[in-house]
Design a protein around this ligand. Structure first.
Ligand code: AMP
Length: 413
């Protein structure tokens, strides 16, 4: 029997209902904030990710689904969506004016990763990117949107971790202090960190190795080394978040390791996720658009893992909210014909209803209703047809009553 490819899963039933509920909520909330959807292809040229996610990253080095297509192109199944959105925005000259451009996306991403709880090789991300505004206000707006989205979904504990990584100009001062700190206790750090301290010192701060994390105790804090404008920006964002009642804490080890990330970096951890605790991450990437060949346009964005969000919400709330449809069971051919007319009227009126079309035994239909959690069963037989009524059975209580046809519409609504 064929199985799905390792790390790739089928979505259906209760889990998919969470996905749908999350996606609907995202569209509603983001639409309300003036964000428009963008859909980019799953395949992009290799270069798009090499230049954006970075050649030194694990994603690009070890985790990409990369192949040569039949035309000899080096292509990649996207491991994330920001690079594709930026590529598209440049290609279609969407950033030509000075107007803010606001996009959100919902899509599957691919990374050849080691399997763990909440970690898949095909997973889903929802993200938002705003282009053209460099202000802390634009970040607060995006974070408020994210906060409303998660609040509407019923996520309970939400404390954003934030940090500022300054600018390429202000970072050397921090590097000098940090390299001196590192040198004084270098034997405590792993070999990867010894490489990172040369090529990409910020990455030492978020090394997954516990010994390295312990060795970092008392490290110089990057926010103490910010240039004046970045420090003001950071303070203003924090003031806005406080004012908006968006809980946050500062995390000086939260970094983005690449040069085009500037100033704000943030993430949201969830204690419900165990070791794989990152639910979302984002930040400012003012230098990326230009780096990918576009105009000099500032940008800010984030991505949240849909698989993990669904998992957390399922843990908190159990079933996703849904309208459980009523089930209409006609008995006999004459009733079946009439049932179609009734069902069509209900559907056209926007009422959720499942129509039993198997014919035959009532018992079988009732058993299905029981198994699938249907709350209300409508039974239409010859007696009901003659009397212009319908028999209604409430599954939870076993109670039975008779409704007029008019009542069916008002009561089911
Ligand atoms: P990143 O693009 O690595 O910053 O990831 C952003 C979010 O995507 C993470 O916080 C996770 O929620 C989610 N994510 C990343 N990788 C995976 C994966 N392999 N499986 C499931 N979710 C993932």
């Amino acid at each position: 029997m064929a199985q799905s490819v390792k790390g790739m899963r089928d979505l259906f039933g209760a889990e998919l209902r969470w996905f749908q509920h999350i996606e609907e909520t995202a569209r509603r909330v983001f639409g309300r904030h003036g964000y428009g959807e963008i859909r980019t292809p799953i395949l992009e040229e290799l270069d798009v990710f090499k230049r954006s996610v970075g050649e030194s990253s694990d994603i690009v080095n070890k985790e990409m689904y990369q192949f040569t297509d039949k035309g000899g192109r080096e292509v990649v199944m996207r491991p994330e969506n920001t690079a594709g959105v930026v590529r598209a925005a440049i290609q279609h000259k969407l950033l030509a004016s000075s107007d803010p451009v606001l996009f959100y996306y919902i899509g599957q991403q691919f990374r050849y990763e080691r399997m763990q709880t909440g970690r898949y090789r095909q997973f889903w991300q929802i993200g938002a990117e705003s282009f053209g505004v460099a202000s802390p206000e634009s970040e607060a707006e995006s974070l408020l949107m994210l906060h409303s989205f998660l609040k509407e979904l019923g996520l309970k504990q939400m404390v954003f971790s934030i940090n500022s990584v300054g600018t390429p100009e202000s970072r050397p001062a921090f590097y000098t202090a940090f390299r001196a700190f590192f040198a004084a206790r270098q034997e405590q750090f792993c070999s990867d960190c010894h490489r990172r301290i040369e090529s990409n010192p910020l990455r030492v701060l978020d090394c997954k190795n516990e010994t390295c994390q312990a060795a970092l105790e008392g490290h110089p804090v990057i926010t103490d080394y910010l240039d004046e404008a970045s420090a003001k920006h950071h303070a203003r964002l924090k003031a806005l978040l406080t004012d908006l009642d968006i809980p946050y804490e500062e995390n000086p080890r939260l970094v983005r390791g690449l040069d085009y990330y500037t100033r704000t970096a943030f993430e949201l951890l969830s204690s419900d996720l165990g070791a794989q605790s990152a639910l979302l991450g984002g930040g400012r990437y003012d230098l990326l658009v230009k780096h990918l060949g576009g105009p000099d346009v500032p940008a800010f964005g984030w991505a949240i893992g849909l698989d993990r969000l669904a998992m957390v919400l399922q843990q908190i709330h159990g079933e996703a909210p849904q309208v459980a449809p009523a089930l209409l069971i006609p008995l006999g051919e004459r009733a079946a014909t009439e049932a179609f007319k009734l069902a069509r009227g209900l559907w056209d009126a926007g009422i959720a209803l499942q129509l039993e079309t198997r014919g035959g035994a009532l018992k079988k239909a009732m058993a299905t209703a029981n198994r699938t959690g249907i709350q209300t069963v409508l039974i239409l037989g010859d007696g009901e047809l003659d009397g212009g009524t319908i028999t209604v059975k409430h599954m939870a209580t076993g109670e039975q009553e008779s409704w007029s046809m008019g009542e069916v519409f008002t009561r089911l609504k």
